[in-house]
Design a protein around this ligand. Structure first.
Ligand SMILES: Cc1cc2nc3c(=O)[nH]c(=O)nc-3n(C[C@H](O)[C@H](O)[C@H](O)COP(=O)(O)OP(=O)(O)OC[C@H]3O[C@@H](n4cnc5c(N)ncnc54)[C@H](O)[C@@H]3O)c2cc1C
Length: 336
């Protein structure tokens, strides 16, 4: 582990001024400190942002929910607004990591967490994401955990977040702040596909920090479900996960949202699958067709072809559960 200078920021402006290409913010520290110890990230300056006033969750007048960047994963999962109106997000958060980690991990830190590709985390391996131009040992290596969607010759690393999969399905906007003011980026545009430049992971410029994430208003009456499939039942990243959300109009699907985790190089929204659901009967055959469409461009590596049927199944099961919950919700509201 290399030495770094540590300082605390006491305002967003202060934090933004401190952040240069060789500096890093620390929030919960659950990703950053691991990667510093592994010699994967080598910031010369670490700026602690925990004193910033970014810990509120508030409902906006337009029905959206604004989440401060420093709200912990635990507080967000158990927040009454999230449990009532965004159970999908609560489920996804609680499916991630462990209680201790969620108590420290923050909303923005989760968005910014790095891939768990073992070759990225091994400073001795070739990894274009960690060291541009060095190659990709995952392509010809042990790639069971790698991506089947969104990969390139340069990189096939999975984005590991559960929370981000729920946010991709719900629809959200990130607020990025710098000394020049604020700008907003749609959640789906924030994480980048690797292409030829996998080291450029997101749309955050030097001198910017994430200050909030604002969720779209909830669908109503709707059901939603987050299904995470993994090698062991807890404290493990997804092999495949699906976030599904839909509203019903009688037995027909009104609106539908589907996103995948564990299989894509970024949190993977499935707009074509969603289009195949809308206006169709809420039944297994419809869900299977949507799942086929969601995975039709999937490209397996030597050891991860199993992820394609696994992801399809996760979509079908998540949609089936979401439908059951939407029916229950509709009955409660007397609408179905
Ligand atoms: C053993 C283990 C198991 C895990 N399992 C899961 C899992 O199953 N599912 C899952 O989703 N996650 C999992 N995680 C990842 C965990 O969710 C992340 O480590 C956590 O969310 C990161 O948040 P943090 O606040 O600790 O970030 P930090 O470690 O403090 O920061 C992470 C990155 O974000 C940057 N950053 C932080 N805040 C901001 C900001 N406001 N603006 C701009 N940049 C910022 C930092 O500079 C750094 O690059 C696991 C982690 C561990 C260690």
């Amino acid at each position: 582990m290399r030495a770094f200078a540590y300082s605390r920021a006491d305002s967003v402006d202060h934090a933004a001024h401190r952040i240069t290409h060789d500096a890093a913010f620390v929030a919960g520290g659950t990703t950053l400190l691991d990667l510093i110890k592994l010699d994967v990230l080598k910031p010369k300056n670490v700026v602690d942002i925990n004193a910033l006033p970014l810990k509120r969750v508030e409902r906006l007048d337009d029905g959206r929910l604004r989440i401060g960047a420093l709200v912990t994963n635990t507080d967000l999962a158990h927040h009454p607004e999230v449990k009532r109106h965004y159970p999908l997000l609560s489920q996804a958060l609680l499916a991630g990591a462990s209680t201790q980690l969620r108590n420290m991990a923050t909303t923005a830190g989760n968005v910014m967490q790095r891939t768990r590709c073992p070759y990225y985390r091994d400073a001795a391996a070739a990894c274009n994401r960690r060291e541009p131009g060095s190659g990709c040992d995952a392509r010809g290596g042990l790639n069971r955990l790698n991506a089947v969607l969104g990969g390139s010759d340069a990189c096939v690393a999975v984005h590991p977040s559960d929370m981000c999969v729920a946010m991709a399905a719900i629809g959200a906007t990130l607020t990025l702040s710098s000394a020049d003011g604020e700008r907003e980026v749609a959640f789906g545009d924030f994480h980048r596909l690797p292409g030829d430049t996998p080291h450029i992971e997101h749309d955050l410029a030097d001198g910017e920090l994430i200050t909030a994430i604002t969720l779209e208003p909830p669908l109503a009456p709707a059901g939603s479900y987050y299904l995470k499939l993994r090698d062991r039942a807890s404290y493990e990243f997804a092999l495949a996960s699906a976030a599904a959300q839909l509203s019903l109009d009688g037995e027909m699907i009104g609106e539908a949202r589907v996103a995948l985790g564990g299989v894509g190089t970024k949190p993977w929204r499935c707009p074509d699958a969603e289009a195949a659901l809308v206006g169709q009967p809420a039944q297994i055959a419809t869900f299977e067709r949507a799942a086929e469409i969601a995975l039709r461009d999937a490209t397996p590596l030597e050891h991860n072809a199993f992820k394609i049927p696994l992801a399809r199944q996760s979509i079908v099961r998540a949609l089936r559960e979401a439908t059951r919950l939407a029916r229950d919700e509709g009955k409660q509201e007397g609408q179905v």
